[in-house]
Write a protein that binds this ligand. Structure first.
Ligand code: PMP
Ligand code: GLN
Length: 382
């Protein structure tokens, strides 16, 4: 007899990113769906990885991560956010941002706990919460600028609320939190036992001169936070799957208990390479301007189409309404757009547990100019 699995995630299927990328390949469509750059990453950084491998850095690194990389991160945090982080006790290198978030949830959640999640939400959050036996309490960001309704947050809080997860710059909408949101967050959690998980994987991809409101700037909030980052996202190497989690010592100690019996330690040569690369301030300071150029170029190209662009102030995504083109639901429309027009996107309803459909598609603009031009040439015919 073959044993059957009592599924821990009975309602989960294949992710929308996989579905749309497969469809893009099948129909030879331009893929502005799944979020990954189609241009080469820094040669300097790949050279540093090659050098690290050739220099023999090919064995396990320490469980919390390669120390020179943790030191370089701490230096960068001090420089950018004026907060002293102890690389020994507060930084853990992880195989990507998703893993850091998952491990943070696993560290704190007990069955029956509740976590406040803003929707549209990155697709891993709710399954991460549910696999730990906890419950996601969803609150909609306010359409069309997708800001947080803090009154709604305070109403949703009760004795079971264990954490709030925030994400700025935001996937899928490109909205960013401001100082006022930080004030509201502070007011909301003060005097409670609520943890904050801050997904900051798009830390350096923020536009229009806006300063990223990292939780790392606010020591009082950091005390209760797990702040998660992704090198893959910011350095255009999503396939590297390397990131980190910054949290105060007591939280990091528990986080590492989860981490050490999961992957234990991360890919060494890339950590060695990044420990050198992070010292170059220009390499991360130039990222916002570079990606903003792509946002602006794509927005300008899209102007003559029948899509109405929403605002994006960060990440590498921008959303657009299509109600002047069709009244189909966004999934059907995105599938038809891939098959018939030859452009793959992501329907934003996929980021809502109940499939809320505002007739909005997400476009990834982290692409070569020619890719964006090819896509828009097709979209102009729609
Ligand atoms: N959070 C958000 C909001 C993301 O868009 C991504 C990108 N996939 C991640 C986390 C995960 O990053 P990583 O690829 O490093 O796991
Ligand atoms: N973060 C990427 C996106 O939002 C994709 C990650 C994935 O495929 N899981 O498109």
């Amino acid at each position: 007899m073959i044993p059957t699995i009592h599924s821990k995630l009975p309602n989960v299927g294949t992710t929308i990113f996989t579905v749309m990328s497969a469809l893009a390949t099948e129909y030879k469509a331009v893929n502005l769906g799944q979020g990954f750059p189609d241009f080469p990453m820094s040669k300097e950084l790949t050279d540093l990885v090659n050098k690290a491998m050739n220099d023999g850095f090919n064995q396990y690194s320490p469980m919390p991560g390669w120390m020179p990389l943790r030191e370089a991160i701490a230096e960068k945090v001090q420089y950018l956010y004026h907060t002293a982080i102890n690389p020994d006790t507060e930084i853990t290198i992880t195989p990507g941002g998703t893993y850091a978030i998952y491990s943070a949830f696993t560290t704190i959640l007990q069955p029956g706990d509740e976590v406040i999640v803003f929707e549209p939400a990155y697709d891993s959050y709710i399954p991460n919460i549910e696999i730990n036996g906890a419950k996601a309490v969803t609150i909609n960001l306010v359409y069309p600028d997708y800001h947080i309704d803090w009154e709604a947050v305070r109403k949703a809080i009760n004795t079971k609320t264990k954490a709030i997860i925030i994400n700025s710059p935001h996937n899928p909408t490109g909205s960013v939190i401001g100082k006022k949101d930080i004030e509201e967050l502070r007011k909301t959690v003060e005097g409670t036992n609520i943890f904050i998980i801050s997904d900051e994987v798009y830390e350096h991809l923020i536009f229009d001169g806006i300063a990223h409101q990292s939780i790392l700037r606010y020591p009082d909030l950091l005390q209760r936070s797990f702040v998660c980052f992704s090198f893959g996202k910011v350095y255009n190497c999503t396939g590297w799957k390397l990131g980190c989690c910054i949290a105060p010592p007591e939280l990091t100690k528990e986080f590492r208990k989860v981490h050490q019996f999961n992957c234990f330690s991360c890919h060494t040569p890339t950590q060695v390479a990044l420990s050198h690369f992070l010292k170059d301030k220009k390499a991360y300071q130039s990222l916002s301007g570079y990606m903003q150029g792509k946002r602006d170029y794509f927005t300008k190209l899209m102007q003559p189409t029948k899509f109405d662009m929403l605002e994006s102030h960060g990440s590498y995504f921008i959303c657009a309404k299509y109600d002047r083109i069709s009244d189909e639901n966004d999934k059907d429309f995105a599938i038809r757009l891939t098959k018939e027009a030859g452009v793959a996107t992501i329907p934003v309803s996929a980021f809502y547990h109940n499939g809320k459909d505002d007739k909005v598609l997400r476009f990834c603009f982290s692409k070569k100019e020619e890719t964006l031009e090819q896509a828009v040439e097709k979209l102009l015919k729609v």
